[in-house]
Design a protein around this ligand. Structure first.
Ligand SMILES: Cc1cc2nc3c(=O)[nH]c(=O)nc-3n(C[C@H](O)[C@H](O)[C@H](O)COP(=O)(O)OP(=O)(O)OC[C@H]3O[C@@H](n4cnc5c(N)ncnc54)[C@H](O)[C@@H]3O)c2cc1C
Length: 452
């Protein structure tokens, strides 16, 4: 049997290679380090954690906790190793990063069906079964090849991300719903009523704006990596960079109040922060135009000065970083195969997901399906009620016009039909439903998880 080729030995590629080899299929894992370094990796090990050592929440009332449990049940190498090298981190799963990547490397090197080849892959191989898992820092030459394959307009190189807050943590008594100049879409909430509009608007008085501005100007920024020393496009400047240009710059930019009448005053406010619904379930809202490089703790402190966001819970913080990723909904199927060449799969951050765990999860499914293709079997789809299935559905079905790489959240999972009122109860129920669906799916498809 010809080996499957996996390009990139990060979180996704390592997991994919393990799944392929565990299914009895030979695999060649190409990793360019140490022959060619990236701007952030520091070692030559596989599955190096480039930043935080946290795999985030590990409880079932948390979507990433559910994702991890599903991966454990599917024989994930990343989870098996993470569980053995965990360090105290409360409700989260954090690991000793050195032990983690050393052990992943050791297990892959020791596997008789895995061959590790060091060196940059500069083109997508024309034949055979291939998984591209080269991450956010995909080398330039391979990025070019990917751009040729998916179409240049479907490959992004930088990510400017605005923070996202949980809808139920917004103080609705302080915000108003409206679209600028009343130009709302037909799908607008409250169509036909006085409370119609596409956006939630947080109005600021002059005093509130000044307090916000002063806090923003003194807030601490996250450390920049070399590759972050880029010229920003004017369209996606971080708010703190804009604010430096002058006290009123934001009021003429993302905090522009024109055309937004506050029904309580009948006037335009002094400044406005707009919140846009971010998922179909309507439980996530993003702060429009608020991409930022402030440290996460600082973001929470400064953004909670905005009226209506005093108690905001952040689903995702804002950031700007080098991130090579495809516009997944135009390229991928939920099996992580490309639409135009079923023997070519993408996984990890380059496939349009965000985060260590999500990258490894996509690698797990891509690996499993690549092995099935090699054995002449149909690729498998996990139920959409599982976190892994929901992730595959999101990348292949989200709106390509506004595609943003995503972390796993309960918001992208199929909602409950009879949802209890309490948030935690709802989340636990979604998790229980997911795990039951996964176990049932494993029985039906006879997937046997091999120990990591
Ligand atoms: C600066 C920075 C900080 C981040 N911090 C976090 C964080 O704290 N928490 C979090 O969850 N996520 C974080 N991320 C996102 C993180 O990159 C992903 O979560 C995760 O590493 C993605 O896994 P991956 O396997 O897709 O990519 P990677 O883990 O980056 O693996 C890709 C591998 O492909 C190799 N490669 C690239 N091009 C080629 C080529 N042409 N040929 C052969 N090999 C190649 C690379 O050397 C690398 O080893 C961060 C990203 C960046 C850029």
């Amino acid at each position: 049997m010809s080996p499957v080729r996996v390009i990139g030995g990060g979180l996704a590629g390592s997991e994919a290679a393990w799944q392929i080899a565990s299914a009895g299929v030979p695999v060649i894992l190409h990793e360019m380090r140490p022959v060619q370094p990236t701007a952030v990796h520091r070692t030559d090990r596989l599955a190096e954690l480039v930043c935080s050592n946290s795999f985030r929440g590990d409880k079932l009332d948390n979507a990433v906790g559910l994702l991890k449990e599903e991966m454990r049940r599917l024989g994930s190498l990343v989870m098996a190793v993470a569980d053995t090298v965990r360090v105290p981190a409360g409700a989260a799963l954090a690991v000793d990063r050195d032990l983690f990547s050393a052990e992943i490397t050791r297990r892959l090197e020791a596997h008789p069906l895995v061959t590790i080849v060091r060196g940059e892959v500069t083109d997508i191989p024309d034949d055979g079964i291939v998984i591209v898992a080269t991450g956010p820092l995909t080398s330039d030459r391979l990025s070019e090849a990917i751009a040729r394959f998916v179409g240049r307009e479907h490959l992004a190189f930088f990510d400017a991300i605005s923070p996202i807050v949980l809808a139920e943590s917004i103080d609705m008594s302080r915000v108003f719903r409206a679209s600028r100049w009343n130009r709302h879409s037909p799908a607008s909430t409250g169509e036909g009523s006085a409370d119609t509009g596409d956006y939630l608007n947080c109005p600021l008085t002059r005093e509130q704006y000044d307090a916000f501005y002063d806090a923003l100007m003194t807030a601490e920024r996250a450390t920049l990596h070399d590759f972050d020393q880029v010229k920003f496009f004017e369209g996606c400047l971080p708010i703190e960079v804009m604010a430096k240009r002058g006290r009123d710059t934001l009021r003429f930019g993302p905090m522009k109040p024109t055309g937004l009448v506050d029904p309580r005053t009948g006037r335009w406010p002094y400044a406005v922060v707009q919140l846009r619904q971010d998922n179909l379930a309507g439980d996530h809202y993003s702060l429009v135009g608020f991409q930022t490089q402030l440290k996460w703790g600082e973001q929470a402190r400064v953004l909670r000065l905005i009226p209506g966001l005093e108690q905001a819970e952040f689903v995702r913080y804002g950031m700007i970083h080098r991130n090579t990723y495809i516009n997944a909904p135009t390229v991928l199927k939920p099996t992580w195969q490309t639409r135009t060449r079923p023997t070519l799969l993408f996984a990890g951050q380059v496939s349009g997901v965000e985060g260590y765990v999500e990258s490894a999860a996509s690698g797990l499914v891509a690996g499993m399906n690549a092995a099935r293709l090699a054995a002449g079997l149909e690729p498998l789809l996990l139920p959409r009620t599982t976190a892994i299935g929901a992730l595959g559905y999101y990348v292949s079905h989200a709106d390509p016009k506004h595609y943003d790489p995503t972390n796993i959240t309960f918001g992208i999972m199929a909602p409950l039909t009879d949802a209890p009122r309490g948030r935690r109860d709802r989340q636990l129920l979604i998790s229980r439903r997911a795990l039951a669906a996964l176990d049932d799916w494993k029985r039906r498809t006879a997937v046997v998880a091999s120990p990591g």
